[in-house]
Design a protein around this ligand. Structure first.
Ligand code: GRF
Length: 194
């Protein structure tokens, strides 16, 4: 019988600004034989991002880009990305807004994870706002990045129940655990169509 030749993994860059727990999960996911992605570049908007440690741990190239001037920063990133032949970008706690120009250049191949059940609670402090509004459920969403903040097409969502004793901190922890499952699942769902 003929041996099936495996499809090549899509070269992916992960953009971070903080802890990088989603980055770590995505790296682990990329190492699975059947994973559709390889992670070839980590981009951080700050050298202080604790998640940068995973670059050393997993031997993945990193670039820290100063965002004082967005245009220059994005130009630099596009250069790195072209050099590394990156075809897919995952934002994971990346705290900078990406320009229309950059998004269009990358043509729908940028996705993001957001800690709310979009379209509810775009932007920051999602957990606190959900609790203050006495929501019964909260959750997380993976979506395509569009020119409007947290408004691109939804790929997958996961719900969690908000309990009476939940605080913004406990809810954040609970949702983050779900994010770690949701992000790989969303990538699996869409990557065949890219
Ligand atoms: C996550 O809650 C993600 O949804 C949001 O930023 C946080 C990043 O966490 N966009 P981490 O850096 O992946 O731990």
């Amino acid at each position: 019988m003929k041996k099936l030749i495996g499809r090549k993994k899509t070269k992916t860059a992960i953009f971070i600004s903080g802890t990088g727990s989603n980055l770590k999960k995505l790296i682990q996911f990329s190492k699975i034989k059947k994973s559709p992605i390889s992670i070839d570049l980590i981009v951080s908007s700050t050298k202080k991002a604790p998640g940068l440690k995973y670059s050393k741990q997993y031997k993945i190239e990193k670039k820290v880009v100063n965002f004082k001037n967005n245009k220059i920063a994005e130009k630099k990133i596009l250069n790195f990305i072209n050099k590394k032949k990156i075809k897919f970008i995952c934002l994971a706690g990346f705290m900078k807004i990406i320009s229309k120009n950059f998004i269009q250049k990358f043509n729908g191949k940028i996705i993001n994870i957001h800690p709310s059940l979009l379209p509810k609670y775009k932007g920051l402090n999602t957990h606190k706002r959900a609790i203050e509004n006495k929501e019964k459920f909260a959750g997380c969403t993976v979506h395509y990045v569009s020119t409007k903040l947290d408004s691109g097409k939804i790929i997958l969502q996961k719900k969690v129940k908000i309990k009476k004793k939940d605080t913004a901190i406990s809810l954040k922890k609970k949702i983050l655990k779900k994010e770690h499952q949701l992000y790989p699942a969303a990538i699996k769902k869409i990557l065949v169509n890219l």
